[in-house]
Design a protein. Structure first.
Length: 359
């Protein structure tokens, strides 16, 4: 696929609904995956079967008597069915809010150095992880933002940049080139190579999801935005080819685990493969997509969030199933310091003000 030059044309109401849908979809998918973050697919299936809730079709239920190896952390029980009272704090959402603040403060020509300044101002050090924590340490120790992502950073190809991609797609609907530029400037602070490509891939897919309901097309736009010879592109192509054999999603997942199971559970490549699996096998159905993303295991809150974001942009808020949206209410928590955070609807309105089609 060649360069994408189409520009989307929305009414104000249509774009508002899609942006709100993307925010809500991201929050719902994140909440769904939060209680089982880091679990493998077989462990998730075991839990759900004990709860008579397999396959997953709602937020995770609480087991009255969970075996020791299936117990959840008390903090994650706030994300269980019946306990949800708004979007609980999660780094996947913190970065969304912070990236919106960066755009509002510096405009669309923001620099990586300005992203660094905002991180140091608003991100609590112990609420960032892996590559981001290394980058912050490097910045505090005097390294330039151009070096903070590469110096002594063994996590530079993990998923941390990919989870920061969504807002760039929201503010560049139908313009993946712009979304990818934003994503690259953001990702370079903490990641390299496939770690950066993950953020570029997702930003492009979300941008195009505002204009197309064709999952295959959305995926192709994402693939066209990253190097074709990268390991990430090869993994995604593998998932596509396995899907096209018309196997069920568990068979596709087995192939992913066999070929890419050597990667850490927070790596970008195996998680992006599960994300793509969920999008293809979900086939435009919001519930099936986010549930498949989470049942695939690994970084479940991140994969559920990104899958929900893409489907939310495609469908819009009005088309999202109430059982996924209603528990979120209007509450959204964050660990960001010094920023006034409103509710999900107001964040969507602020995002709408930043949406444009220029780079």
């Amino acid at each position: 696929m060649g360069p994408i030059s189409a520009r989307a044309h929305f009414s104000s109401d249509q774009l508002r609904d899609k942006i709100l849908g993307a925010w809500l979809g991201r929050c719902a998918g994140c909440m769904l995956g939060k209680p089982v973050e880091g679990w493998r697919s077989r462990k998730i299936e075991e839990y759900l079967r004990l709860a008579n809730s397999y396959p997953l079709d709602n937020y995770f239920p609480k087991l009255a008597e969970a075996p020791k190896d299936l117990k959840m952390r008390p903090i994650d029980e706030r994300a269980l069915l019946g306990n949800i009272r708004g979007m609980v704090r999660d780094d996947d959402i913190d970065y969304m809010i912070l990236n919106l603040h960066i755009l509002e403060t510096y405009g669309s020509r923001f620099k990586t150095s300005e992203v660094a300044e905002e991180w140091l101002t608003h991100l609590p050090y112990f609420q960032v992880y892996t590559a981001e924590r290394v980058a912050m340490r490097n910045l505090v120790n005097g390294l330039r933002p151009s070096k903070s992502g590469s110096f002594r950073n063994p996590y530079r190809e993990w998923i941390g940049a990919q989870i920061r991609a969504d807002l760039w797609g929201y503010v560049a609907p139908g313009n993946p080139e712009a979304a990818v530029k934003y994503a690259f400037r953001d990702a370079y602070l903490s990641h390299r190579k496939n770690g950066i490509y993950g953020e570029m891939l997702v930003a492009a897919m979300i941008s195009w999801a505002f204009t197309s309901s064709d999952i295959g097309e959305v995926l192709e736009v994402g693939l066209s935005s990253i190097p074709a010879n990268s390991r990430l592109a090869k993994a995604i192509s593998d998932v596509k080819s396995w899907y096209e054999t018309r196997q069920d999603w568990k068979s596709t997942l087995q192939r992913i685990e066999e070929k890419y199971g050597r990667y850490h559970w927070i790596h970008v490549i195996n998680n992006a493969a599960i994300l793509v699996l969920s999008l293809l096998h979900g086939n435009g159905d919001f519930e099936r997509t986010i549930c498949t993303a989470v049942m695939g295991g690994l970084d479940t809150d991140c994969n559920g969030a990104t899958a929900g974001s893409i489907l939310g942009a495609i469908l819009g808020a009005k088309a999202l199933p109430p059982k996924w949206v209603r528990p979120l209410g209007e509450v959204i928590e964050t660990s960001l310091s010094g920023l006034h955070v409103e509710n999900i609807s107001k964040l969507a309105k602020r995002t709408l003000k930043q949406a444009h089609f220029g780079a």
